[in-house]
Design a protein around this ligand. Structure first.
Ligand code: SF4
Ligand code: SF4
Length: 72
């Protein structure tokens, strides 16, 4: 089953916690990036980033591509 990672941009502060805690390196964040982005096909759905994001800015869903929406 595929997992889909979606950022609610309006909630995200760019704190980088999700990038730090992901055990699969499935979240990309560089100095040039203001916000985190998902690495394609890397998420295993562990939900660590969802649990650790202080701003409730991440949705991870199984099997249904809800897309990566910058303005979600
Ligand atoms: S932990 Fe949440 S607020 Fe921080 S960068 Fe990740 S998605 Fe954005
Ligand atoms: S759900 Fe787990 S594997 Fe997927 S991006 Fe979040 S921390 Fe990484």
């Amino acid at each position: 089953m595929d997992w889909f990672w979606r950022l609610k941009e309006n909630y995200c502060t760019g704190c980088g916690i999700c990038f730090d805690v992901c055990p699969e390196s499935a979240i990309e964040m560089t100095r040039e990036m203001a916000l985190p982005e998902p690495v394609p096909n890397a998420c295993t759905g562990c939900m660590t980033c969802v649990d650790e994001c202080p701003f409730d800015a991440i949705e991870v869903t199984e099997g249904e591509d809800v897309g990566y929406e910058l303005n979600g």
